[in-house]
Structures are given as C-alpha cells and as structure tokens.
Ligand binder design. Sequence first.
Ligand code: XIL
Length: 355
Amino acid sequence: MAKKAKASARKKAAPKKRAATDYLADIGEWMVPGVHLRTLAEKKGMFAGAASSYGPIQEDVQFRETLAREYNMFAVANEMKCLRVHPERGCYDFTQSDEMVAFARAHDMQVHGHVLLWHISQPAWWTQLPATREGLMDALSQHIHTVAGHFHGKLYAWDVVNESLEGDGTLSPTLWYRRIGPDYCDHAFRWAHEVDPDVKLFYNDFAAESKCPKADGMYKLVRGMVDRGVPIHGVGIQAHVSVENAPPPDELAANIERYDKLGLEVQITELTVSVDPDNGTKEERLSKQAQVYYDITRVGVEAKNCTAVITWGLSDKHNWERDGERDDYVGTLPWDQRYRQKPACYAMKRAFMEG
Ligand code: XIL
C-alpha cells in the first residue's frame, strides 16, 4: 500500500471533544465477529500495526494467529536493535529478525523496522572505539550500511534514530552527539538512504504527542533536517500514554498536521495506554482506557498524513509494561491475557470506522 491514499475530501479539522462514552455498554458493528482491524485500516488507506519480539511469535499460537488475522503492519520490537543484530563489532546476527520479516511477508503485513540508532540498545563495544570523530563515524556508517543493506527492499519504514531528545527538546548528550556532533542524525539518515533508497526513514520519539517543549524540539530537529535536504520521510509518535495524562486530541492533531506541512508522514508507532490501578472499578478503567484508544486512533485516521496506528504489543499476556498481578489488573494493550478483545480494541475498530 502506498502512502495513505487519503481523500483530499477527508475532514482536516481536529475532532471535537466528544461526550464520554461508556465503552463497555457500547454495542456496534465494530463488535461483529470477522471485522478485523486490518480490514478497517485498509479501507482508510492505513495500517493497523502491532509490535512484537521473537518469543511470542515463536511460542504462542494464539498470539501468532491474532497478529496475522488482525494487523497489516508489524513492528519488530527488539530483534533489529544493535544489541541483537550487532552485539560484537563486525559480528552480525540476523537469524531472528529474518524469520520475523518472513512471517510478516507470509501474512501480507508490511514491516516497520526498529531501529538503526538508539543509545539505549548500545553494546559495550561502541564505547571501546577510538575516541575520534572519524572512528565513530566509520563504525556508525558501517552499522547502518550493513543492517539497512541487509533488509534492502523488505521494509516499509525504518526508525533511523530513536529517542535522541531530552525532555526540554534538546539533543541528549549521547556518545554520538558528544563525539560526532549534532549532525550525527543527518549522517544516519543519509547512510540509510544510500543503501535502501526506497524505504521510508523515520525519526521516532516518546513524550512528544501534545503541546510541550519536547514535541517542539522534535519538530525543530525534523524541520532542520528537511531544510538541509536530509532524506527523512516520516515521524514516529510513540504514544506510551496514560489515561490520567492522555494527550488532548486537538493538540495531537495539530502536532501531526504540522509535519504534513513539511511533507512528512506520521505514524503512531508504540501506542500503549496505562491506567492507574486505583482509579475506579475495573470496568471504569477499561472504559476510560478505551476512550483514549479511541481518541488517538481517530486523530490518526482523520489526519491526512498519518499512515499507521501501531500498538507496542497486542495482548496483555506479553506486555512489556506489565506491573503487578492483581486480579483486576488492566494491562496497557487492546487484547487481554486470553486474547479476548478489550473495550480498547473495539474502540480502535470503531475509530477506524467513524474517523
Ligand atoms: C522495549 C521493548 O519492548 C522491551 O522488550 C525491551 O526490553 C526494551 O525496549 N521505546 C522504544 C522501544 O522505542 O524500543 C522500547 O522497547 C520501548 C520504548
């Protein structure tokens, strides 16, 4: 599927604040068995995506089946990170990531690759390199050329740089920043583009959904790259959010729209919605969580440059953010631990239908 074939007729205005809905009592077409997220997304020229690491796909039949049935985009959660594909300098291992890409292709899912450069997934060998700009440029260029080259032609998008910004919107003092300088992001994108000119190159970050210094810092970083002619094609808004501190839909919509003016695509790349366990009954929490899933998905559907809504996982059974074992636990993802659709899942479907 090409860039969201969004009708120019699509409404551009940010959605108005809707009255709170009781997502538990809500019955509608989105609940009809056989109505899958991917079909609804496709109708809007979009992707409904989920991220996974290797384990659940390998070991859990229900996980695998749900992923293939419901989603048309797959994000590789860990297996393309430097720690996994390039643990020792010059020693690459693509065994698991290749299997995952093959799985996605076999089920007609596009792949969102994650990630070429992320300081958190940085094996120790990086710090043992010669402490020169050239030494680090050379290693980074080799890493990106090898990894992006390996997947040449197989991915829809790459997160080229992940989470390089501080809360105040300035670049973090990572190894690359300190030794190469603030232009390290430009180089990373150029090297990726050299080796795979067709894959879409994204900058991806968290806590930059709504109005805040970090969202402005991200916009400034990306606009600078566009101005300098750096090959950047998209922005990933992670959206690890909470019910209590959810991004106001109009602010999220305005944020996505300003990237459209730069000619860039946006994807919601890592959506999860946590809910304070002490904030109401389990039913109330499920309903509030669904509202946030609805709002974010609907903003994405209505934004003409947003091409995907991707959740970071799909079922609370394999949930990176799982905390606690309470019986009334409400995990952050759209499917529960037994692969039943939560109100959040129906809310996403409804948003794809109504947006
Ligand atoms: C997380 C994975 O989900 C975990 O399994 C892993 O242990 C740590 O990384 N933002 C990102 C992702 O961009 O790469 C992170 O993934 C979650 C936060």
